[in-house]
Ligand binder design. Structure first.
Ligand code: BES
Ligand code: ZN
Ligand code: ZN
Length: 476
């Protein structure tokens, strides 16, 4: 879909269909109000009406907020794609809402249809935004920036939607190599021998029973004089069967999405490099498949992580934290950075705590966590802080090793998982680390907001919002 911004009045633009957003107050004076009223339209939120003879579609809006513009645009584009029109025109609705509308178009028109033998065709090729602020350079810059970020989000969605057969750990490595080639990034990949040399026993153990061996991927983007260095770490479980602590049949379905954190960091570095941001970014992905077999790692095993700490395994389904323990250790050893952020579909408990739409934000630095809440709010992603405390920390004590991979109590599982990861964050990075649990927000089986079915690309928009502010202001 081609998204254009033209310096012309809406009436003078040649397009098949016009789209309008109207509040109930604006509806009172609308030129088509009689015919729209007869069709039952009251300009309420979620109400749409198309007058094909007038080539006009109207969307009801309870208020003119970014959030409602974004999701209403996404729903409207879904309907329009099923009509036979080739082009759509609309007003940018003021500079502040323009970004939300563009996101609605690009994210709302994305479909998870790669595996359909006959994807639903659409004739819609062009969306034209009208503005009459002659040659406003900032608007074109905003459009370009928003398109890069929204397309990177769709890139992540496509990767997440790949089946476990198509996207194995080696598949993730090949994808990273091709991203590196097209975006001029450096890419290093470790196979099992490399992982052994690096003493990453925890990550190796998780992947041992799979016929698809693990890969550690390191992508880096290094501009000339970077203002800051950022490390991103992603959980890349291409499939999580639970291992010997096997998941129940119903819970195993959708576990191809357990690579969403790894896919997110790839999408983020893609967008950063296309925007040419003035920060050095390193993206590390622990790509592993958690399976069963005669050589599977077991409850009762004790693993030594890269930083030397020993882990008692009591549940092989708490595998993401084992992979992250080693990848966090590796990332901190290889790169001295100003911040380290990890993204992981880590716990079902995060969904219990925050609901299925919200990313859990955890860490030691209150100000830093707050800056992420603001960034996610500005980006249109939902996030919420899950607070640490010293009592929860005691729940992952082990009698036999340094730390246990599961909690002794069944509550607060998202936080105890993050407190487990804390064991693998170096002392000097404690205040610079944030963990994002995207278990709920990364994948959906029913449409909400700008998402249809499948991967949502959670983490991409909010991180770019945070990074763009860092570039603009130099620090947090
Ligand atoms: N990948 C899952 C977490 C998950 C669950 C993500 C549902 C998305 C949707 C993770 O590896 C896992 O299985 N966690 C366990 C931890 C438990 C064994 C302590 C969980 O959440 O049940
Ligand atoms: Zn698991
Ligand atoms: Zn998992």
């Amino acid at each position: 879909m081609n998204v254009k911004l033209v310096n012309q009045s809406l009436a003078s633009i040649d397009a098949d269909l016009t789209l309008e957003f109207i509040t109930p107050q604006q509806f009172i004076n609308h030129p088509q109000k009689e015919i729209l009223r007869m069709a039952g339209f009251k300009a309420e939120q979620e109400q749409f009406c198309t007058l094909h003879e007038q080539r006009l579609m109207v969307c009801g809006m309870s208020e003119m907020s970014d959030e409602l513009f974004r999701s209403t645009m996404a729903k409207a584009i879904t309907s329009i794609m099923s009509y036979g029109y080739k082009s759509l025109k609309l007003s940018l609705c003021g500079e502040s809402h323009f970004k939300a509308l563009v996101e609605g178009v690009v994210l709302g028109s994305h479909r998870c249809d790669e595996y359909k033998s006959e994807p639903k065709p659409t004739t819609l090729k062009e969306v034209i935004f009208s503005h009459d602020d002659s040659d406003n350079k900032d608007l074109h810059k905003l459009l370009n920036q928003t398109l890069i970020i929204a397309k990177a989000t769709n890139y992540v969605r496509n990767l997440v939607n790949q089946t476990p057969y198509d996207m194995t750990p080696q598949g993730v490595a090949v994808t990273a190599e091709s991203l590196a080639k097209s975006n001029n990034l450096k890419c290093t990949i470790l196979d099992v021998n490399g992982l052994q040399e690096e003493k990453m026993e925890a990550m190796i153990a998780v992947g041992r029973a799979s016929i698809n061996p693990p890969r550690l991927i390191h992508l880096s983007y290094k501009p000339k004089n970077p203002k800051k260095v950022i490390t991103l770490v992603g959980k890349g479980l291409t499939y999580d069967s639970g291992g010997l602590s096997l998941k129940a049949a119903a819970s195993m379905v959708t576990m191809k999405m357990d690579k969403a954190g790894g896919c997110a960091v790839m999408g983020i570095i893609k967008a950063v490099s296309e925007l040419g941001l003035d920060i050095e970014v390193h993206a590390f992905v622990g790509a592993v498949e958690n399976m069963i077999g005669g050589n599977a790692y077991k409850p009762d095993d004790i693993l030594r992580a890269k930083n030397g700490k020993t882990i008692e395994v009591r549940n092989t389904d708490a595998e993401g934290r084992l992979v992250l323990a080693d990848v966090l250790g590796y990332a901190q050893e290889k790169v001295k950075s100003d911040y380290i952020f990890d993204y992981a579909t880590l716990t079902g408990a995060c969904m219990v705590a925050l609901g299925p739409y919200t990313t859990g934000v955890m860490g030691h630095n209150e100000e830093l966590k707050q800056s992420w809440i603001s960034a996610s709010e500005a980006s249109g992603e939902y996030s919420g802080i899950l607070p640490f405390n010293r009592h929860l920390k005691k729940l992952i004590k082990s009698e036999i090793a340094d730390v246990c991979n599961v909690s002794s109590k069944p509550y607060g599982g998202a936080i105890t998982a993050a407190l487990f990861l804390d064991n693998f964050i170096d002392e000097d990075m404690k205040q610079k680390w944030i963990h994002f649990d995207i278990a709920g927000s990364a994948y959906t089986e029913s449409a909400w907001d700008v998402h249809t079915y499948g991967g949502t690309g959670a983490g991409v928009r909010m991180t770019l919002e945070w990074l763009l502010k860092l570039c603009k202001e130099g620090q947090y």
